[in-house]
Design a protein around this ligand. Structure first.
Ligand code: S6P
Ligand code: ZN
Length: 190
């Protein structure tokens, strides 16, 4: 088929670098505290948060519609709220890519935290995230954002369009480290 039969038109989008909003996104994914059951060490603290704060916003992903086909790149804004469950810092669920040999670039636009990464064979790495810092997630590394600051952790992400998201394996395995804030000190354990 000649490429002209499925040619996509170029486009541009505006991104508010201060608050992380994409204008306009095509999809807006919202994760609330109740979506995070099973992810935090202190399950009772998560239930208290859900009950006392009416199931608060946890994180959002703003995306554009781009065909999920080889050759394209998917792009999104990931915005993770500040806070703790007990004393464990708010985090995203984390995932491997379904096509696990696909990488991802995160450019941090606001906030502070970590990109926590692990491989299926047990390697673990944590890269600091702060405004202006790029983190490269190589192929085969599961990845999760963790917010250690008092403001939203906002990142711009780009990855191959065929990557897909595999949440099941990491939900079963877990990450080998957790990040806590105790007396305003950030602690990574074990
Ligand atoms: C997609 C990219 C991010 C995350 C987002 C939410 O490959 O890594 O857009 O989807 O940070 O995290 P999670 O783990 O719930 O997808
Ligand atoms: Zn990803």
């Amino acid at each position: 088929m000649p490429y002209t039969e499925h040619l996509m038109n170029p486009f541009g989008i505006d991104i508010d670098l201060a608050d992380g909003a994409m204008h306009p996104p095509d999809t807006h994914l919202v994760r609330r505290a109740s979506d995070m059951r099973g992810y935090y060490a202190d399950e009772a603290a998560l239930e208290r948060l859900i009950a006392q704060q009416d199931d608060p916003l946890h994180y959002e992903v703003f995306e554009k519609h781009i065909p999920e086909e080889p050759g394209h790149l998917l792009l999104c804004i990931s915005k993770l709220q500040p806070g703790c469950v007990g004393d464990e810092c708010f985090m995203t669920k984390g995932h491997y890519h379904t096509v696990s040999g696909t990488a991802e670039v995160y450019l941090c636009l606001a906030g502070q935290g970590y990109m926590l990464m692990k491989t299926a064979d047990g390697r673990c790495a944590a890269e600091p995230m702060t405004r202006g810092r790029m983190v490269y997630v190589p192929p085969h590394w599961a990845h999760r954002s963790i917010n250690t600051s008092d403001e939203p952790l906002v990142s711009f992400c780009v990855y191959p369009a065929e990557a897909g998201h595999n949440y099941g394996d990491i939900a079963t395995e877990g990450f080998p480290k957790r990040v806590y804030r105790r007396d305003r000190t950030v602690v990574m354990e074990p």
